[in-house]
Unconditional design. Sequence first.
Length: 280
Amino acid sequence: MRESYKRSELAKLKDEFGFNYSKSLGQNFLTDRNIIENIADALELSGQENVVEIGAGAGAMTTVLSERAGEVFAIEIDRRMIPVLENVTEGLSNVRILNEDFLKIDGGSLPHKYKLVGNLPYYITTPIIAKVLEDPLIPMPEQMVFMMQKEVGERLMSPSGKKSYGAISVLVQYYCEVSKVCSVPRTVFVPSPNVDSIVLSFVPKKGLSDDADVVRQMFAIVKAGFSMRRKTLRNSLASLGLSEEVLLSALSSADISPERRAETLSPDDFLRLAKEISAK
């Protein structure tokens, strides 16, 4: 089983397969076995689940997952890494390698029921999470475990009222229960990034509103509120096209002062306001 790569082993793979680390694709390969096992442990696999891995790279995580999951769908955008993955996973009948861009992937390529894991390139962490949570063509995973830039992770977990709290915080916290798995220092990657990382677990909530119009209205409010986060709700939500009378009435019914700012509202506050606006 390939649990991790030493730096010398990665150097040999580079020579054998003729690839270089791609800065544009955010390639930083994890070399710490304990962290790889912590990530796999966080998925709580019983041996039957389907697991989709975003950014399989050289396959260090893929091989660990293959021993714990029913089937592993290893997605890798860089075609240069496909021969490496094929070599590392040779003989593992439960691994499927997909040379695709997850941001463009057809939902039909994914199993209906699955868990999602990945060491996400820092520059597309937010788009990937937003796609999973908002794209109706992507089946909602049972759980997600992602490694990401520490500052991004802290933003996703940020409580309302903090400077780090933003629209993506509301999106993630509305749909999921978020918890920290572990911290990851920059020194355990090849090449080493300029920032430290964090691993988070996301478990989709049950019993969310099934009124699509209310949810759309909620995130229109979130977008408007945070686009002018220094302004009060009375002013920032004027861009929604509502009359001042309707807006103030909805805020009053939701028990939210028009003088508050978007960053002070919890996901439940935004949902409550969306219901009031939709009703009016």
